[in-house]
Design a protein around this ligand. Structure first.
Ligand code: SF4
Length: 242
């Protein structure tokens, strides 16, 4: 979709048209080549999974928010196992409050930090009921003001439910962003900013899920499967190319 546009633009312009001369053109060409590389990476991700989906089970915005809060330092599979029965009983802030903290804690006891998470879910349910008409707000500022909701959780909800092109950087995205050089950074904030800056607009919406799924199933922490990686020829960390 975006692959040839920038290269085409630079090919049309002679070096002496740049005020900074050849050096400036060389730098610009590097940027254009990197843009092309990133376009190719996401083009392949899109061919592989046109509509990537998150793996946290939910039935509405509220249950998505709760599931994401519960997923901190836990696996999606583990959260889904616990929330199947929970969301059948409590899929709104009112029903969650009726359920009560003790019963909630019991239902999610297989998830790490369950007592603290149960307290957060009860507190955020109360705030949603009392201040937002039981709706989940579509604003990062409002979301991060809720108990247990940090920037990453807010970004996941904004992306998955409200279709915003946010980049929620988890451990998988942090690793893949650095290994591939698409979004290098020493901190989560740096990787998030790099993704916002470098991923072309056409791919921003799904970049989060493509990178998570790639990190979860191919570019794993301990043993990246470079042999079967669809972007191995584009990756500076590949063990099978270059
Ligand atoms: S080539 Fe290897 S290191 Fe690079 S993204 Fe693929 S699995 Fe990860």
């Amino acid at each position: 979709m975006c692959r040839t546009r920038t290269i085409g633009l630079f090919r049309q312009v002679a070096p002496n048209h740049f005020p900074g001369g050849f050096f400036s053109l060389g730098g610009s060409m590097k940027v254009a080549q990197e843009y092309d590389r990133i376009c190719e990476v996401f083009g392949r991700f899109r061919t592989q999974r046109a509509e990537p989906k998150g793996e946290l089970a939910h039935v509405n915005a509220f249950t998505l928010l709760v599931a994401v809060v519960l997923s901190a330092q836990a696996t999606d599979v583990g959260v889904n196992r616990a929330t199947r029965a929970l969301f059948a009983e409590a899929d709104t802030p009112e029903r969650m409050l009726e359920l009560g903290e003790a019963r909630l804690a019991d239902m999610i006891r297989t998830i790490g930090l369950y007592r603290r998470k149960a307290a957060s879910v009860m507190a955020l349910s109360r705030i949603l009921r009392d201040h937002y008409g039981s709706a989940v707000p579509a604003s990062r500022a409002a979301l991060v003001s809720l108990p247990g909701v940090g920037r990453k959780t807010a970004n996941v909800v904004l992306n998955m439910w409200f279709d915003q092109p946010t980049q929620a950087v988890d451990t998988h995205i942090f690793r893949v962003g650095n290994r591939t050089g698409i979004a290098p950074g020493k901190t989560v904030a740096q990787v998030e900013r790099a993704l916002e800056d470098k991923v072309p607009a056409a791919y921003q919406k799904h970049a989060h899920h493509w990178l998570i799924l790639h990190g979860r199933y191919v570019c794993t922490a301990r043993k990246p499967d470079c042999q079967n990686c669809i972007i191995a020829d584009l990756c500076p960390s590949s063990t099978v190319h270059g």
